[in-house]
Design a binder for this molecule. Structure first.
Ligand code: B1M
Length: 213
């Protein structure tokens, strides 16, 4: 790995906020692409954090401080990932489903959607089905996006779709889902309109669904 990316990777693994920021700045100064910095220096480090957690080398506090370094780094990288002056492409309400506190992936999806000209209503984490329903009722959104990182919270995606259906909004919005344990098969199973494996594919998915309307 490039030495700048490797320093950034280590800083995120160590939960070193200042090191992560310095690492991003120095990778940008060296002319590395923001997308490469994100994928190879940052997302790869979070995967390694998960691996260490599974192996019992890291515990929740280490995951948490790595996440802080990641979030701080994303703040710095954000202006480089989004394009300026794009016209409104539609409105998306996004949230991490009930019971789930993971928000890095969800924030990244929100950031990329904004960058592509979508107006984004970020409902945060641990979002109960009724809050998604309220957002549809009050904000006139075209698309609702759910994120889940835990196998135990994935069923809340289905519960949220059911709540949207019961409230009479199912035909008014497109529903898209994602998150590490989520699959296209699961999206089909619960009746979502689409699934994407990562943030940039979430943008093309949202664009293509709105073209269908
Ligand atoms: Co958690 N955690 N965690 N954790 N955590 C995982 C998810 C885990 C896989 C770790 C592991 O065991 N290897 C595991 C889940 C196992 C499972 O269910 N299969 C796990 C666990 C077990 C837990 C706890 C239960 C631990 C405990 O307390 N014993 C607990 C649960 C808390 C809760 O939510 N109720 C917990 C807590 C935490 C922290 C709070 C410490 C922290 C989160 C901090 C935060 O988010 N602010 C944390 C972290 C950091 C992780 C790992 C290490 C990293 C997640 C991450 O940010 N990845 C994670 C391991 C892993 O994922 N490998 C793990 C980087 C991010 C960019 O990727 O979120 O996948 P990701 O998003 C991607 C795609 O998935 C996609 O696009 C994104 C960018 O390309 N995507 C979407 C995501 N959402 C989308 C929505 C879309 C489309 C695409 O809409 C259309």
């Amino acid at each position: 790995m490039n030495e700048k990316l490797s320093a950034l990777y280590d800083a995120i693994l160590d939960g070193n906020v200042a090191g992560a920021k310095d690492g991003i700045q120095s990778a940008l100064d060296a002319g590395l692409e923001p997308g490469t910095i994100l994928a190879e220096g940052m997302i790869a480090a979070m995967k390694e954090v998960g691996q260490r957690f599974e192996e019992g080398d890291y515990f929740v506090p280490e995951m948490l401080i790595a996440a802080r370094a990641m979030q701080a780094g994303l703040g710095l990288l954000k202006p480089h990932l989004v394009q300026g002056d794009v016209k409104s492409a539609g409105k998306v309400a996004i949230g991490t489903v009930k019971g789930d506190l993971h928000d890095i992936g969800k924030n990244l999806v929100a950031l990329m959607l904004e960058g592509a000209g979508f107006e984004v209503v970020d409902l945060g984490v641990d979002v109960p089905p009724e809050k998604f329903v309220e957002a549809i009722a009050s904000s006139g959104v075209d698309i609702v996006a759910f994120s889940a990182l835990l196998t135990t919270t994935m069923p809340n995606m289905k519960a949220t779709i059911d709540a949207i259906e019961q409230a009479g909004y199912r035909n008014k919005v497109k529903i898209i889902i994602g998150g590490a344990p989520v699959t296209q098969n699961y999206a089909n199973q619960i009746g979502a309109d689409g699934y994407s494996a990562d943030a940039s594919r979430a943008v093309s998915l949202a664009q293509s669904l709105l073209q269908e309307v």
